[in-house]
Design a protein around this ligand. Structure first.
Ligand SMILES: [Zn+2]
Ligand SMILES: [Zn+2]
Length: 146
């Protein structure tokens, strides 16, 4: 299994975004760095400094690249047990996820892996059905400004 879940530790709660310092939500994390959606988007379009992290040697959830970072996200609808998903992704698939422009086959593969863990892929913000249609076609890709 290339994606796994972990329980949310108390330390994750209430940590501000590492970029804009905005507070009050369970932001996604790249490795242990919390980051809010607007900051993620400005990094994607090149307005903000890129995230530079030491890649680890987990296998990418989509391809078999061994240099990945762990993307952590909290599903939007949850039961009593509060957990977050950990999705190891290589640089190019992390960019594809953030820019909401994964290819249909990769989108379906990622959704399948998430569903196998009992999590509705629609509850993952970046896989939400307003970003992809039922065939996995990207509806709102983030386009680079150049
Ligand atoms: Zn932010
Ligand atoms: Zn990959």
């Amino acid at each position: 299994m290339s994606i796994w879940t972990e329980t949310i530790d108390a330390e994750h709660e209430g940590l501000p975004c590492s970029r804009c310092k905005k507070n009050g939500r369970l932001w996604d994390r790249i490795e242990s760095v919390p980051i809010c959606p607007p900051c993620t988007e400005s990094i994607c379009i090149g307005e903000a400094e890129p995230i530079i992290l030491q890649a680890r040697t987990h296998c990418c959830a989509v391809c078999n690249t061994m240099a990945t970072v762990d993307y952590r996200t909290v599903p939007q609808q949850q039961g009593r047990e509060r957990l977050r998903l950990v999705i190891p992704l290589c640089g190019s698939h992390l960019r594809g996820l953030f820019r909401r422009c994964l290819s249909p086959s990769i989108f379906h593969r990622l959704c399948g892996e998430v569903a196998e863990l009992g999590v509705n892929p629609d509850s993952i913000f970046l896989l939400h059905d307003s970003f992809y249609d039922a065939k996995g076609r990207a509806l709102q890709p983030v386009v680079e400004p150049w």
